[in-house]
Structure formats: C-alpha cells, structure tokens
Write a protein of this length. Sequence first.
Length: 201
Amino acid sequence: MSLLSLEHSKTVYWADALLYGLAIVALGGFVIAFVPGPLRWQSLAWVGLGLGAWTLIEYAMHRFVLHGLPPFCGWHAQHHARPTALICTPTLVSGALFAGLVFAPAWALGGLWRACPLTLGLLIGYQFYSLTHHAIHHWRADNAWLRQRKRHHSLHHHGDQPGFYGVTTALWDQVFRTVRPSRTSGPSWPTRPANRPPSSA
Ligand SMILES: [Zn+2]
Ligand SMILES: [Zn+2]
C-alpha cells in the first residue's frame, strides 16, 4: 500500500495515531526539559494558542478546502461516501504540512521557543480531532459530549443544507452561522461497542 494513499490498513491507520502520540510526547518533553525558565509560562500560552488555532484551522480546512478545493474535495467525498472506511491524510503529507506551514514559519518568525510549544498545541488539537472523528464514526456514544459531536457530524454528512464543519467543537459553526437545525435524532452509520477494534469496511 502506498505511503501516500488515503485509505489505509488498520496497521497503517493506527500507526499514524501512534506516531502523532509519540511526536506530542517527544515535543512536550523537549519543551518541558529545555525551554529556558523565564519562558515557561509563556510557552504554556503558546500551547494554548496552538490548541485554539487548531479548532479554527479544523473548521476552515473542512469547509473551504475539503468541501471547496479540488482535488481535496474529491478525496473528502470518498469519506462522505464510505464514512467508516479507514480514510485519513497520509502521515507523510500531514507531517510535511505541520513542518512546512507551522513549525518552520513559526521558528523563522518567533524563534524556537515559540515554534515548539505552538506546534505542540496544534499537534494535540490535530490528534484530538483525529480521535474524535474516529470515535464519531466507529464508537458507541457513551457520554453526552460524544453524543452531541455525533449528532452534529451526522447532520454534516446527511443534513439538508451544508453545515456543521467543526468536528471537535461547534464554536466556529456558531460564529460563522453554519449551525443547522436538527432533523435526525442520531448518527445513521453503524455504531459498535467502544472496546472492539474498528471495522475496515
Ligand atoms: Zn465533510
Ligand atoms: Zn466524517
């Protein structure tokens, strides 16, 4: 299977999540161990800024790139056609985007001690988004928050009007008025117990 294909085996799909988990631990450890003392509190703020920025990037990427810009919208259409298939951005592509569009410019503009925590915040946001999106399509909704995320994402997939582009939060849908009235009571894709491995269907 190509390293650049969109649909992955279970191994490659979960290896992506593992690699991002390791990258977060490694970068977090680096920041904790090496950021100069006087900049510690400031780096916490940069992590927070990265996390917040991710939620807006998640919304904008989904709305304007994945639903508006070829060839990305064609690729994303595959997910809409088969929501439980193990489709995600190849690790090489997402990693290159984080390195080239986030870390490198942040390093050039703000220095290493701002670039590292900012990138860390964005990576945590991306990992949280990836796991939330997986849970929405594959896991049983065991808590109110996940049930709401499932309902909103179901309306994104099956609603009468385009909307609900945010996966982890509806904040930016509210800001940009892409919240849609509820028509369905729950997700229309199959749900399974959370402790079973994901289906590759
Ligand atoms: Zn979509
Ligand atoms: Zn989806």
